[in-house]
Design a protein around this ligand. Structure first.
Ligand code: MIC
Ligand code: SF4
Length: 645
């Protein structure tokens, strides 16, 4: 039996373990990326490791999330990141240069390499044939120090693409279709490998849209082969020498094969409040729209901005709609300006926004109360837009643009307009002047730390047993946006004591106080949760801040991959109900005990929970490798790594 492309690349990078699906493996990481919101903590942790320089082939520090700069905090972070980059040999991408995933694809992504990024949408790199994975900042810091990255050896699904997209249907609709088929849960430990005759009909940025939103399915990553299209893209970026041909063997073995005919896909939308809530755009007709936002790392490439501009040319944005456009990178902005597209958009009444995450993370452009917002981004979690009761629909750039004109959500095929087919440029405008390339590692560079930069808190070693309270009981599909809100709170990312005041803010504002009171009395806090706890971002603050508040364990029906890894990295034990109905028995504020926790983990015995308040005993399970247990015993990955040195 032949090998999948995933298997070929993973085997090439295997340093610990064997390629056996379901088993833990350690892989070598060639490239890393960070963004500013997760980057400061990643580099503070890297500094704590005491190394002289990064050991990867390439590491890039992007500033793209917190660029609003209201108050000193964001700018303090930027300066810290710039000086750390210069000291340790990291490329620094200045604010204004673009969104990390779009820029990385343009300038650094290389087929066949591994990329680890402190952002869940690092998976975008799969569009260029990389194994590109999102992780917590601490895992990225360890990888920058040359340490291997651990994943569960994946199951690989082949998505066999056939046919070609119809006019007005684009890559966003493909990935929304995938979300309809696979949903946002139940895909942990899977890599989606796209193959088949339809692949050649998708350009690299289109492939990247599809791999980007694999994150919403909860897969480890997604990957496309590296073919003639990939070569064309790299050539147009002046990087033809980075190309290699990569594909699966013809007789490759897969855990599942699913056919997807591109020609059958129609314009789709993800309705509030989940990227998995898929409906046909045609079924939403006449829904009035207040806001349309084009951009984010999912749909902000040159071709997408140009397509929207061609739709808008000579038309006017509906009087009741605010239409914002955020190009994905400075390259996209420069080219769209040069080619007149930005002018066409502005003429139509669009608002030009900075080439950053901006609206997507909810730090600006919040819709009106109960407003309907159409966005080309990848997440529509409740409240993420910054307006608690806004209704956000995720759509393609084509649907976004036509709806900006009509003022209601519109299936573009109904308008009788000719589809403006934009060709991919054969030469991109390459201007790397907003990168600061390191001049080797400089020990004498002074790292600038403004008052917003705090030291990363370190956990104590794991106690033999846990005695404490259930600090909060939450339901299913709790996202990291529920645990650690972003938006206006994002600027506290480098200051854990401050940011910790907002843990679970959208669900229960009293939680931080309750947890701190318990901590001050010497009691641990335990969180009880339903299914798919920790969906969404890679933000390790969703583990780090609870750790700071004294959270020692999470007991859930299930925990998502990146979040589970982050919990272990910060010394919080992820436990699961053995019997799902036990979830119903426990309540918030119950006094509980986990006797002999350490010994039981050590001996592979089920963990026992005693609910002292209600006087019952239940068994809990866990899925932890010996390495993860050792990390937990030390109190987290940072003390574990420092000790191992
Ligand atoms: C997001 O889209 O939620 C973010 C902001 O990009 C996060 C990273 C973060 O929280 O900083 C992600 O996707 O990992
Ligand atoms: Fe930025 Fe949004 Fe992409 Fe996250 S999903 S990296 S916030 S553009």
């Amino acid at each position: 039996m032949g090998k999948s492309l995933t298997r070929k690349i993973l085997e090439d990078h295997l340093v610990v373990g064997e390629y056996v699906p379901g088993k833990e493996i350690g892989i070598k990481i060639d490239q890393t990326l960070t963004q500013d919101a997760t980057g400061t903590m990643a580099y503070l942790q890297f500094e704590a490791m005491g190394l002289k320089a990064v050991k990867t082939e390439l590491s890039v520090s992007y500033v793209d999330h917190n660029t609003i700069q209201v108050g000193f905090e964001n700018a303090d972070d930027h300066k810290y990141l710039q000086t750390v980059a210069a000291k340790y040999g990291i490329i620094y991408s200045k604010a204004g240069n673009g969104i990390c995933h779009q820029v990385h694809l343009e300038r650094f992504g290389k087929p066949g390499k591994t990329l680890l990024g402190s952002d869940s949408h690092t998976t975008t790199g799969g569009g260029i044939g990389m194994i590109a994975i999102g992780a917590g900042g601490l895992d990225v810091a360890v990888a920058m120090g040359g340490g291997e990255f651990y994943i569960t050896c994946p199951k690989v699904y082949k998505i066999n693409l056939k046919g070609n997209l119809q006019p007005w249907v684009s890559a966003k609709d493909v990935v929304l279709k995938m979300l309809e088929m696979f949903s946002v849960k139940g895909n942990v430990g899977v890599i989606m490998e796209y193959a088949g005759p339809g692949v050649k009909n998708l350009t690299v940025p289109e492939r990247a849209t599809i791999t980007n939103m694999g994150a919403e399915m909860g897969v480890t990553t997604s990957i496309f082969p590296s073919d003639e299209e990939t070569k064309k893209f790299l050539k147009a970026q002046g990087r033809e020498t980075d190309w290699v041909e990569l594909k699966a063997d013809d007789d490759a073995e897969y855990d599942k094969v699913v056919d997807l005919d591109l020609s059958e896909i129609v314009p789709l939308a993800a309705a509030p409040h989940s990227p998995g809530n898929i409906v046909k755009v045609s079924d939403l007709k006449d829904l009035k729209v207040d806001q349309v936002m084009l951009g984010s790392c999912t749909n902000s490439s040159y071709k997408e901005i140009a397509t929207a501009a061609r739709i808008m040319k000579g038309k006017t944005v509906h009087p009741d709609v605010s239409f914002g456009v955020a190009p994905g990178s400075r390259q996209v902005l420069q080219m769209a300006t040069r080619d007149g597209y930005i002018g066409d958009l502005i003429d139509s009444g669009a608002r030009l926004l900075e080439a950053t995450c901006g609206f997507c993370i909810g730090n600006s452009q919040s819709p009106r109360s109960a407003g309907v917002s159409l966005r080309t981004s990848n997440r529509n979690f409740e409240g993420r837009s910054g307006t608690a009761d806004a209704l956000v629909y995720l759509v393609s750039p084509e649907v976004a643009a036509v709806s900006a004109i009509t003022g209601k959500i519109t299936d573009p095929r109904m308008l009788g307009m000719e589809y403006p087919k934009v060709e991919m440029p054969t030469k991109f405008l390459v201007d790397d002047s907003m990168f600061i390339f390191p001049k080797g590692a400089h020990e004498d560079v002074e790292i600038v730390r403004g008052p917003n930069i705090g030291a990363p808190p370190v956990n104590d070693k794991m106690p033999d047993e846990i005695k404490g309270i259930v600090g909060i009981k939450v339901g299913d599909k709790i996202t990291t946006d529920h645990i650690m809100p972003a938006g206006a709170r994002l600027k506290y990312r480098s200051n854990v004591p401050e940011y910790s005041k907002y843990v679970f803010e959208p669900l229960d504002k009293e939680f931080p106080k309750r947890a701190m009171d318990a901590k001050n009395k010497g009691l641990a806090t335990v969180i009880v949760a339903g299914e798919s706890y920790g969906q969404g971002s890679s933000r390790e603050h969703a583990a780090l801040c609870p750790m700071y508040l004294g959270v020692k364990a999470i007991i859930a029906k299930s925990v998502e991959r990146i979040h589970a890894a982050n919990l272990v990295n910060f010394g919080i034990v992820p436990l699961a109900f053995k019997n799902m109905t036990d979830y119903d028995k426990i309540e918030q504020d119950d006094e509980i005990e986990l006797p002999e926790l350490k010994k039981r983990l050590q001996n592979n015995q089920p963990v026992v929970l005693i609910d002292k308040a209600k006087n019952f005993k239940i068994e809990l399970s866990y899925s932890l490798s010996q390495r993860q247990k050792d990390i937990l015993f030390e109190g987290g990955l940072l003390p574990f790594t420092v000790k191992r040195k």
